[in-house]
Each structure stands twice: as C-alpha cells, then as structure tokens.
Design a binder for this molecule. Structure first.
Ligand SMILES: [Zn+2]
Length: 283
C-alpha cells in the first residue's frame, strides 16, 4: 500500500530525480537490446543515473508487514509467480545471477511440491521464496474457511519443499489473479504474512512477443518511477525478455531491491488457519 502512496505523492511522474548528475558514468548499451528497436521507448530523455551506474543490485529491504515496503524513486522489486517450472525457473535464476540481482518467487504449493529441488535451488541462490496458494484458485470464489485453507496449504507445501535446504519459506504472499477481499487481506496480514501487491504488471501471460512484454514493462516503470514488478517464471517469453530487460534497467539507472523477511521464523507467527481442519492427507 505504501508504494501506492509513494506513486501518488510523486504525481504519477516518478522518474528518478536528476540532481545527482555527477554520479553519471557512461554505460555501454548493448546494440542488440530488444528495447532498442525502431520504435522509441519514450520520447523523453533517459533518466539520469543517480544510484549506481555499475551495479544493478540495490539495497536489501527487510520487512515484516506490507506497509513497510517503501521504495525510493528508481527502485524496483522483481517478483516471479506461479513456479517453480523446470526449464524456465532455472533459466531465470541464471539471468538473475548474471546481473547480480535477487528476486522474490511466489511459488504455488503444487509446483513446489512437484519440484522441490528446483524450489530449494531458488532459495539457495539467495532469493526469497514466498507462496501463492496451493492450486492457484480465485480465492474470492471460495468460502472464507476454504480460502484460508488454500493459502495455508500452499505455504505449508512450499515450506515442506524447502525443508532440508536450510532456508525457510518467507511469509510473503500474493493473491492469485490479485483477487482478494478485505476479509482475506486482513486475515492474511493478521497472520503476520506480508501481502505483496503489484505496481507494474508485465502482463507476460499475454501471448505477446518478448520485446513487447519488455517494452510494456519498461514504459510502465518509466511512468511510475519505481515499484514491484510482476513476472511469471513459467513462460518462455519471460525467460527470453529478462536479460535485455535487466540490461535496460541497469542502463537507465534503476536498482533492484532485495526483499527479505525481517523475522523469518515460521514458528514465531500465528498460523492463520489455526482452527482449520487438518489437511495433512493432501501434502
Ligand atoms: Zn499467479
């Protein structure tokens, strides 16, 4: 929510400020960038590079609630939903490593259960792993109890998949289809989970080409100036667009914030479905 407030405060034109021009250093832009085609991305000049011209990886932000997620102009958080998916997630991990950035993966319980080694690899490589329900259902179509069960079942499955990796599931949660009710949102937050909203939807689930996805995402980011970006690590176009997109982020002086839990003790917080019936047979 706070990032929305920031967006409003910046009047919707939140390009990084330009006063620190001394920090500018020339950056070699790859000529084969999918973002440098015949159609210009924007008619405005590129934002000045105020953070770091040479490092895309930005600060680490430790949060224990949604409203603690406060990005500065020029900062983004990368999130990948619906995985892990063999052949896709590992490619995305390689690209993130290439650029030295950390992302947050909101995994489906069903996918993590099916591919625990891949889920563990994501965590082992320093990314935050949260959850996204078990089966990717629209929670507003379920009863309240069924919805809470589905959220908890997803988190448990991701937690079990990570067992043995030395990494716990982060209490980060994203609603499938971003579909929620005030009851569910409040319940999740009262369970000390951190709801991750979306500021910039790449819409990488549309059957567009990789360059269309990259341009759409960059346009939206340039307009907004910062934000949480939604991708999915299950699409080939997302795998394909990510290297050039990150190169362009770097060239424009953005930095990628690493989001981590402030206190990642799974056992230290209330379980939102404490009164839900046991569902262990499904795990
Ligand atoms: Zn999803």
């Amino acid at each position: 929510m706070s990032s929305v407030i920031i967006g409003l405060a910046l009047g919707g034109c939140a390009k990084p400020p330009t006063q620190h021009v001394l920090a500018y250093q020339p950056v070699v832009t790859t000529t084969n960038s999918i973002l440098t085609g015949s159609q210009p991305i924007t008619k405005q000049p590129l934002p000045e590079r105020i953070f770091s011209a040479s490092h895309l990886g930005g600060r680490t932000m430790a949060v224990s609630s949604t409203n603690e997620i406060a990005l500065r102009p020029g900062e983004v958080i990368l999130t990948f939903d619906d995985g892990p998916r063999p052949g896709k997630t590992n490619e995305i991990l390689a690209t993130l490593d290439d650029y030295g950035v950390k992302a947050t993966f909101l995994m489906l319980g069903s996918a993590a259960q099916a591919h625990p080694n891949l889920a563990q690899q994501v965590a082992t490589r320093g990314h935050s792993v949260g959850s996204h329900t078990f089966d990717h259902v629209d929670l507003t179509k379920l009863s309240r109890q069924e919805a809470l069960d589905e959220i908890a079942r997803g988190e448990r499955a991701v937690s079990l998949a990570l067992a043995g990796s030395g990494h716990a599931v982060a209490p980060f949660f994203r609603f499938p289809y971003l579909s929620q009710t005030s009851f569910l949102r409040t319940s999740v937050m009262q369970g000390n989970m951190v709801v991750l909203d979306v500021d910039i939807d790449s819409k990488d689930y549309y059957k567009d080409t990789a360059d269309v996805v990259a341009k759409r995402t960059m346009d939206r980011l340039d307009t907004r100036g910062s934000g949480i970006i939604l991708f999915h690590d299950i699409h080939q176009r997302t795998v394909d667009m990510l290297p050039a997109f990150l190169a362009e982020l770097k060239a424009r002086g953005y930095s990628v914030v690493r989001l981590v839990p402030k206190d990642n003790s799974v056992f230290g917080r209330d379980v939102i479905t404490a009164e839900a019936p046991e569902r262990s047979e499904t795990l």
